[in-house]
Design a protein around this ligand. Structure first.
Ligand code: PLP
Length: 369
């Protein structure tokens, strides 16, 4: 059996006729920039996340930059985030002139640890950026309490978290705003780059809308310095269509995760992510299924020999470990241990149950032989 980590072509070929139809309809109208499909998509997104305002932008990284700017995070301000994240989270902070300050993760769910956040707060701290890695929302109740007490803001990096909930609330509810990414391999992906900012705050919404389009208001008058950060109308039309089966796709991901959890939970050499059936606060959407594994590198090559492609996320490095970026020396023990052990198993909506069982069987074989 051969199992790919992800199926980029199938995203298109599985519904090719419908996509060609959309392309034809939108382009025949000449509706390319800031058109109705984008407005419709923003409304769909608001409904799906149950958040008041959504703004489509050109990618998830820019969504973070605009979110920080709209919240008045300025030069030399400090923003606390996990080092267990994609470079984009830290880059957004750095590129507006602020300073990324890294907190450690908790092994409960490999997400930013509120206890570590508290230790990193000082008079220059202006915001916390929790990152909902792998489609699980951070403990937003505790993070909100910390933010309130210290009068600092929360900008959620929700790039991997569309549809995920904490206490029934999606990304954007607890924070001042949240971001999404529609990179093709994300849970809701388009055919290129795309992203969004979500917020319940009207002022932030209005500012992000200005920042997205050269600082211009509806009449075209410039109100402030802005970017060209618009989400293409054609991408919005594709996303609109894909939202029709987003719920179903999330359920497929949760089903796959529950099979992995059932099959692998008896192996003491593995640490599995919390399963979808945990009765706690989280509803997880499993952007990725990432385990911590004893003898990780040998397991990875054993699976490769058996036709199973796995990935060590982010080149196996936390952000503070990237040498060329010259961070101050800090020690984040859980994060560093995490990157020595982490491995992502195939997780996408084209996976079949027998394939998930085959992957599980091979993993069990590796640890019991
Ligand atoms: C994908 C991702 C981003 C960036 O999104 P792009 O659309 O690729 O710019 C930011 N943060 C995290 C955690 C991501 O996974």
């Amino acid at each position: 059996m051969k199992i790919n980590f992800f199926e980029y072509q199938k995203i298109y070929t599985s519904k090719k006729k419908n996509f060609l139809n959309i392309f034809n309809k939108v382009c025949s109208k000449g509706a390319f920039i800031l058109q109705k499909d984008l407005e419709d998509f923003e409304i769909n997104l608001q409904r799906f996340q149950n958040i008041k305002y959504a703004v489509g932008v050109n990618d998830g990284t820019t969504a973070l930059i605009l979110s920080l700017m709209a919240n008045n995070i300025n030069r030399n301000d400090e923003v606390i985030l996990p080092s267990h994240t994609y470079i984009a989270s830290a880059a957004a902070i750095k590129l507006i002139g602020a300073k990324p300050v890294f907190a450690d993760i908790s092994f409960d769910d490999n997400l930013i640890d509120p206890i570590s956040i508290k230790k990193k707060i000082n008079s220059r701290t202006k915001a916390i950026m929790p990152v909902h890695v792998n489609g699980r929302i951070c403990n937003m109740e505790e993070i909100s309490l910390i933010a309130k007490k210290n009068k600092i803001k929360i900008i959620e990096d929700g790039a991997q978290s569309i549809g995920a909930k904490f206490n029934g609330k999606a990304a954007g509810y607890y924070g001042n705003c949240a971001t999404l990414s529609f990179y093709p391999a994300k849970i809701l992906g388009c055919f290129g780059d795309g992203g969004a900012v979500l917020t319940n705050n009207k002022k932030i919404y209005e500012k992000v809308k200005l920042l997205r389009d050269h600082g211009r208001n509806k009449a075209g008058e410039v109100q402030l310095w802005g970017y060209n950060a618009r989400l293409d109308n054609i991408q919005a039309a594709i996303l609109n269509y894909k939202m029709n089966f987003l719920k179903r796709e999330i359920n497929i991901r949760r089903k796959i995760a529950s099979i992995y959890n059932n099959e692998l939970s008896s192996l003491e050499d593995l640490n599995l992510p919390p399963g979808p059936d945990n009765k706690k606060n989280n509803f997880d959407v499993f952007q990725n299924y990432e385990i911590r594994a004893y003898n990780r590198d040998k397991l990875k090559s054993f699976l490769a020999k058996n036709g199973i492609k796995t990935i060590i996320q982010w080149s196996g490095k936390a952000i503070h470990q990237i040498k060329k970026l010259n961070f101050d020396r800090i020690y984040l023990p859980n994060t560093e241990k995490f990157f020595k052990e982490c491995l992502m198993l195939p997780m996408h909506t084209f996976l079949k149950e027998n394939e998930v069982l085959y992957i599980s069987k091979k993993i069990k074989e590796f640890y019991t032989k």
